[in-house]
Design a protein around this ligand. Structure first.
Ligand code: HEM
Length: 511
């Protein structure tokens, strides 16, 4: 090594040391400041939540959280702090994590202090590539927001549209199930294909419901959790290529002429409010993703969990066999041969198995930014109330509730009939802790203003698909596939239903 390069190496080392020392100093000062305020009594019984410190500037506790897993991180510090809520710095933001299983739903309150828009806008920017100015403009228009929500209600949630979309999806599924050959198939792959084709046609349009787009959709789907975790663009090239391809397709005249009534309506109201074509396409792409992205893994896990449990399989098979028979001549979606919504309503065991699956596999963060101070009251005689300050963020992860053994005994176990409604009263089972009943223990579809409009559709789609599959095939897991092999990929947990780490082979034998 010559003297010149040795000097420059030393200079670099000094510079790096300086940066580290300055960074650490800022972190220490920041920490002291926060510690000083953490326990400060604000009112007689109102305090700020305890602060979990981290020595890493800016990143804060984000690394530890991703290393431990979200649930374990929340459980660890809830126990350490001994309070129902604690705060930590996550990527430069002060976040309050709710660790009390009775209060994780606090985040769904429609209080004016809770900003429901900014997280959705963050998604549109980071995952869908929307321009910030354009998206700010769209969200500043109350007319657009109101009509956009109305389009969800009218085209996804309304009874009439449920009837039409479920019938359409079911006729496609019936056709696709008839194409399955006897033999071994990779279950996740099969479900993704079938659910993609069956859901995209009613909600997006016939042109997009094409197997040619499956690979691109897979790249889009895989890239979204990474985009939300700020993965650099160089590592996301397939994702970006797929996303941009869809954005182009959604703007094509030929697509817009043949698209679903839902998409037509959204294009119309978007241009009525002066939103750029490209921005409308990006927002609509997020709905395209929403209509399939969570349903496919949810249905995959439901089928797999049922196949792993011989009693569940036998009971659900019986339930399916008690439905009226499907017509033999079904390959082009003969309406007469489909299950009616009334028939699907009778599938209470499939419905319960689906809910139980979501309890085990749908653990996304529900997040709200605070635009004003809020008091979090855990309503416990031995606990103070907590002040959550404007400009900070509140985080609720329902897994805290779902994995609580007092609320859901043996929480790690798939219990297919856990959510079966009482056949006589029609009442759902009740779940409680410390004598307190939890009104809606399962919040897999979110809550408040952002409650998922697709919840009824996907429940019917799942029942229809499983009913048709189980009616037509005997299914068996190939080899020694165990829970460990069908492990959930925790990296996919932050935005929706988790994906499996690897696929599972299933042997199909026509009945
Ligand atoms: C198992 C399947 C599904 C799960 C677990 C799920 C879950 C969710 C959740 C948790 C939210 C709230 C997100 C937030 O708080 O920002 C949401 C919103 C949404 N979902 Fe779903 N969803 C599913 C299926 C569907 C389907 C099939 C559709 C469409 C047909 C759909 C359309 C939407 C839309 C449009 C929103 C945004 C609502 C709004 O911002 O007002 N979802 N979903």
């Amino acid at each position: 090594m010559d003297i010149k390069s040795s000097n420059s190496t030393k200079a670099k080392a000094v510079a790096v040391t300086c940066v580290v020392v300055i960074g650490a100093t800022i972190a220490v000062l920041d920490l002291y400041k926060k510690r000083a305020t953490a326990k400060k009594t604000l009112d007689d019984d109102v305090v700020e939540p305890p602060y979990v410190s981290s020595w890493i500037p800016h990143v804060g506790s984000a690394l530890e959280m991703s290393k431990l897993g979200h649930l374990q991180f929340i459980q660890k510090y809830t126990q350490k702090c001994g309070t129902p809520i604690f705060s930590a710095n996550i990527m430069g933001r002060l976040c309050h994590f709710i660790g009390d299983p009775l209060h994780t739903q606090f985040v769904f309150k429609d209080w004016p202090q809770f900003d429901t828009q900014s997280i959705a806008m963050d998604f549109l920017q980071k995952a869908m590539g929307c321009d910030k100015k354009e998206i700010d403009k769209a969200h500043a228009s109350p007319g657009w927001i109101k009509q956009s929500k109305e389009s969800f209600r009218n085209h996804i949630l309304a009874t009439q549209s449920i009837q039409e979309t479920v019938q359409k999806a079911q006729s496609i599924l019936l056709y696709l199930v008839d194409q399955i050959s006897d033999g071994e198939h990779a279950l996740f792959q099969l479900v993704k294909e079938n659910i993609f084709l069956a859901s995209v046609e009613p909600f997006v349009g016939k042109d997009m419901a094409d197997t040619d787009y499956l690979a691109a959709f897979r790249d889009l789907d895989r890239g979204i959790p990474l985009a939300m975790a700020n993965a650099p663009n160089v590592t996301q090239q397939k994702f970006i290529a797929a996303r941009e391809m869809f954005v182009q397709l959604l703007q094509r005249e030929s697509f817009q002429e043949n698209c679903s009534p839902f998409m037509k309506e959204r294009i119309r109201i978007g241009s009525q409010h002066g939103i750029q074509q490209e921005t409308i396409a990006r927002i609509n792409l997020s709905l395209f993703w929403a209509s399939v992205g969570n349903s496919a893994p949810a249905i995959f896990w439901t089928i797999l969990f049922v196949l792993q449990d011989p009693i569940a399989y036998e009971q659900i098979q019986k339930e399916v066999d008690s439905l009226p028979p499907l017509s033999q001549n079904t390959n082009d979606g003969d309406e007469e041969s489909l299950y009616s919504l009334e028939n699907l309503d009778k599938c209470v065991l499939i419905d319960s198995a689906f809910k139980e699956t979501l309890r085990l596999r749908a653990w996304p963060f529900a997040v709200k930014n605070l635009v004003d101070n809020v008091i979090f009251d855990p309503k416990q005689s031995d606990s103070p109330k907590f002040l959550l300050k404007s400009g900070t963020r509140i985080v609720g992860n329902q897994a805290v509730t779902y994995m609580d053994p007092d609320i859901f005994p043996n929480p790690q176990t798939f219990q297919y009939d856990r959510f079966v409604v009482n056949q006589e009263t029609g009442q759902p089972p009740s779940f409680s802790k410390n004598g307190k009943t939890i009104a809606e223990p399962l919040r897999v579809f979110g809550g408040g203003k952002r409650l998922c409009p697709g919840r009824k559709f996907v429940a019917c789609e799942t029942k229809a698909y499983i009913a048709v599959l189980f009616r037509k095939f005997h299914m068996e897991i190939v080899g020694k596939h165990t829970f460990a092999m069908a492990e959930a990929d925790k990296r996919t947990a932050n935005v929706g239903v988790m994906h499996p780490v690897e696929d599972v082979m299933i042997k199909f034998t026509r009945r």
